[in-house]
Design a protein around this ligand. Structure first.
Ligand SMILES: [Zn+2]
Length: 178
């Protein structure tokens, strides 16, 4: 018995009625970037079903170099596999930050220094990853993604904030491409 045992039982239920989705473009033609926080699961918050949208999650839902690499690869892959089916718009990347984000503790210098010592991540990098005002950081991350030369102009980017208190997502930056 490990902690995953009850979840494996849920999976057993899930697999009973399962039909494998065909390989195709994500049905929503969307990629979601969001925080890894267990209170903000995009599948539940946005009602995503299997095959709807790739989801990239990290602390804060920040647009890091690793996230940019993943999106550039997904754009390349979609072009290779489905280029013929696509018009000029490949997909939209929806960046979602949220209120009460745990990364906001990193705005405190004492906490940040302790975190840097414990994790080996430079304090400046931790400071840059903090989401204290999600409306501000999501806007900065949309701009960072749009400014990246590895993201093709067929990819549009939008920015949103999820409010943990209400369960509501509001749009801060409408979809735009470079
Ligand atoms: Zn968070």
């Amino acid at each position: 018995m490990t902690r995953i045992t009850p979840l494996l039982e849920r999976n057993e239920q899930f697999a009973r009625d399962y039909t494998a989705p065909a390989l195709g473009l994500p049905a929503a033609q969307l990629i979601v970037v969001s925080c890894l926080d267990h209170r903000v699961d995009p599948a539940i918050v946005l009602g995503l079903r299997l095959g709807d949208a790739p989801v990239i999650r990290n602390a804060g839902g920040r647009v890091t170099p690793a996230v940019i690499e993943d999106i550039a690869f997904l754009a390349f892959l979609a072009g290779q596999l489905f280029g013929g089916q696509l018009a000029d718009a490949l997909f939209e990347v929806a960046v979602i930050h949220h209120t009460q984000c745990g990364t906001s503790f990193l705005a405190d210098p004492g906490f940040r220094d302790q975190a840097a010592a414990a994790t080996g991540v430079p304090a400046a990098a931790l400071e840059a990853s903090a989401v204290t005002d999600p409306h501000v950081t999501v806007k900065a991350d949309v701009e960072r993604l749009l400014a990246s030369p590895s993201i093709p102009p067929t990819v549009s980017v939008s920015g949103h904030v999820y409010d943990i208190a209400t369960g509501r997502v509001t749009t801060t930056v409408d979809a735009q491409s470079r």
